[in-house]
Design a protein around this ligand. Structure first.
Ligand code: GLP
Length: 211
């Protein structure tokens, strides 16, 4: 039986293991999207949501027909003096990750990624989210240093929106180890304000690394 408690107004549910975490998160997501004419999700990458995406992928494709997925982040690379979004076909990219783990498997749902191009004009991605009706549910995850809603490293302002950031050394090291690939130098990430404007946020945490 999951243990439930309220901590600083946040509902905390402690489950037995990673499998139960993924199952519970999937149950919540599927319940929320069910019967909605329109439902916008803000979604993360990393190792934590893989179990959740695996369970969602096994559902009927029709379950997601009214969903739009907004991704929290994407890597950027430096080419000479120019910075640009990483190619979506690069195996290091979050485009690749999301397509492999979810989008290709649930029937090519509507989805958006923040890009270097749209971050040049501050607020473009946030405006797109607002124009689409805002985020109904944000599935959040976090890195070992607490960075969340994408790449909002410690010290990020609470009113931050989607923008270019330099990946910090700790995250670069951790992500290279987890993915066995070299972590790109930059990222485009939604901000703390972008995430906190969601109507609801689920934060997933698993394992000793996050304790
Ligand atoms: C990356 C992503 C974040 C994610 C974090 C956690 O840095 N940009 O969106 O929350 O990884 O990853 P993991 O779940 O593998 O610890």
């Amino acid at each position: 039986m999951p243990k439930k408690r309220i901590f600083n107004k946040v509902k905390v549910i402690v489950v037995r293991d990673y499998h139960e975490l993924s199952q519970l998160a999937a149950k919540i997501v599927l319940k929320k999207i069910s019967g909605k004419n329109r439902f916008n999700l803000l979604v993360p990458t990393g190792t934590t949501p893989i179990g959740l995406y695996e369970i969602l992928s096994q559902r009927k494709k029709s379950a997601f027909k009214n969903c739009t997925f907004f991704n929290m982040d994407e890597y950027c690379v430096k080419k000479g003096r120019k910075i640009e979004s990483i190619s979506p076909t690069n195996h290091n990219s979050y485009h690749y990750y999301m397509h492999e783990n979810l989008f290709n498997r649930i029937g090519q749902v509507k989805h958006f990624f923040p890009t270097y191009e749209n971050a040049k004009e501050p607020g473009t991605y946030d405006k797109l989210i607002k124009k689409s009706g805002g985020i109904d549910l944000c599935i959040n995850a976090f890195g070992e240093d607490g960075h969340n809603f994408g790449f909002n490293f410690p010290g990020t302002k609470f009113d931050s929106i989607t923008r270019l950031v330099k990946i910090n050394d700790n995250t670069s090291r951790v992500n290279s180890k987890l993915t066995k690939m070299k972590t790109p130098e930059y990222g485009i990430t939604t901000g703390l304000k972008t995430g906190m404007e969601a109507k609801e946020v689920i934060l997933l945490a698993s394992g000793k690394r996050k304790a």
